[in-house]
Design a protein around this ligand. Structure first.
Ligand SMILES: [Fe+2]
Length: 269
């Protein structure tokens, strides 16, 4: 069994770009819990991080939009956005683990797309600025289309998580998995900054009670009533599939209008 840690976190750019906007109390609580998450993860001695984030038209656009893409590169550059206050630079990949997960997924009936070049945006680099601050751990990025129709269903994301979970059971390296995205948000919409706290709390409750039949049943239309960015809960649902035998615990939740997102930090123990 090589899954040594799993967690899910928000990745909104404001976390680093305008950290003080929500006020000192909320910011300090959020940063403290992110640091606690880092300590918990490092206590599990991971050797590599699989980070599951969502597409933001960084690597793929309307001309070619895969549902799921795994990164096979030796090295990645990020973040592409200078303005998010995360230092730009390279980070090592783990092409062997990526290849293993790719082939395992094909064998289990999910044909992931794969990319030998991939850029990293805020969706990956905001979480890694807390969880891999010195960039010592190599990564395997997995990008989900939560951006444009058609998108993989929540059920398919959960199924992918199950497939990855089975593959990781036979992997010797100690792997930590990070979901990055969500929760409810409406970037660029007239409702930008309005957060559906009820949706977020219901969803988090479903994760902590492992109510997979409910959290895999959301339709795209239901999610969009909480903002288009809410599609990104697919990353959380995928990790729920990877960690389905473990119990989810919430470290932090706050609807943070100043960061335009319901911000959550959750881990599995
Ligand atoms: Fe995002």
């Amino acid at each position: 069994m090589s899954l040594v840690f799993a967690c899910a976190v928000s990745h909104t750019p404001g976390i680093r770009a305008w950290p003080d906007a929500p006020g000192a109390k909320i910011k300090n609580n959020f940063y403290t819990e992110f640091e606690n998450l880092y300590k918990k993860m490092m206590a599990a001695h991971p050797e590599v991080l699989v980070i599951i984030s969502s597409e933001h038209f960084t690597n793929f656009f309307l001309d070619c939009m895969p549902a799921f893409t795994i990164g096979m590169a030796d090295q990645y550059f990020g973040p592409i956005e200078q303005w998010i206050n995360v230092e730009q630079g390279n980070i090592s990949g783990d092409p062997n683990l990526a290849k293993y997960l790719l082939h395992s997924s094909y064998s289990a009936g999910i044909e992931l797309a794969y990319a030998h070049e991939m850029k990293l945006d805020h969706g990956i680099m905001i979480p890694l600025s807390f969880l891999n601050p010195k960039r010592k751990l190599p990564i395997v990025p997995l990008i989900i289309n939560a951006m444009t129709y058609p998108m993989p269903s929540q059920k398919r994301c959960y199924e992918l998580g199950g497939v990855l979970s089975k593959a990781l059971e036979k992997e010797n390296k100690r792997v930590a998995v990070i979901a990055a995205g969500g929760l409810s948000h409406a970037p660029g919409e007239p409702t930008h900054g309005i957060i559906d706290e009820k949706f977020d709390r219901d969803f988090l409750h479903q994760l902590t009670t492992n109510d997979s039949s409910t959290f895999t049943s959301y339709t795209d239309q239901q999610l969009e009533t909480s903002g288009l960015g809410t599609h990104e809960i697919r990353t959380w649902v995928t990790v729920a599939g990877i960690a389905k035998k473990l119990k989810a615990k919430i470290l932090f939740y706050e609807p943070i209008s100043a960061w335009a997102t319901g911000c959550g930090i959750l881990y599995y123990e």
